[in-house]
Design a protein around this ligand. Structure first.
Ligand code: ZN
Length: 147
């Protein structure tokens, strides 16, 4: 892989097959090559230190990132809220999850000090962040300001 590589690897949130696609195609509602379900709609996708920069660079939608870890209770509690919002707001925002255990570089890069931390990024600029698990109502209200 070179610095010029613009292919992004995305694990399908439905069947977990790894899809490799041109980053610019992120905005064309790509389907999973294996199960044909929409890759970026209806469920959060897991990002890595390789895929996140490409997603942020190419996404025309605001991106909301959930920094979490498997051992974090509040993160587990918040997981279904994040997943439900990803379903409700498909096509309006892109919902990304970063496992800070598996991807510590990303936690450092975004200066994440506590988890869960939620971050909204648009056009490579951070718009806002909030730490701590929000209720479904709070989360929805928080997201609405970016639409
Ligand atoms: Zn799939």
């Amino acid at each position: 892989m070179t610095m010029q590589d613009t292919n992004v690897q995305i694990g399908c949130p439905h069947c977990h097959a790894v899809n490799r696609l041109e980053a610019a195609r992120l905005n064309e509602a790509p389907n999973c090559g294996a199960c044909k379900a929409p890759l970026l709609a209806g469920a959060p996708i897991a990002a890595t230190k390789e895929s996140l920069p490409l997603i942020l660079k190419h996404s025309k939608l605001p991106v909301v990132i959930d920094f979490w870890a498997p051992w974090c209770g509040p993160c587990q509690q918040f997981g279904p809220t994040f997943a439900a919002a990803a379903k409700d707001m498909a096509g309006k925002m892109l919902f990304i999850k970063v496992d800070t255990e598996a991807q510590p570089e990303l936690g450092n890069q975004f200066r994440v000090r506590s988890i869960p931390t939620l971050l909204v990024v648009e056009g490579n600029a951070e718009l806002e962040r909030v730490s701590g698990a929000l209720s479904p109502g709070q989360f929805k209200a928080w997201l609405m300001q970016f639409l």
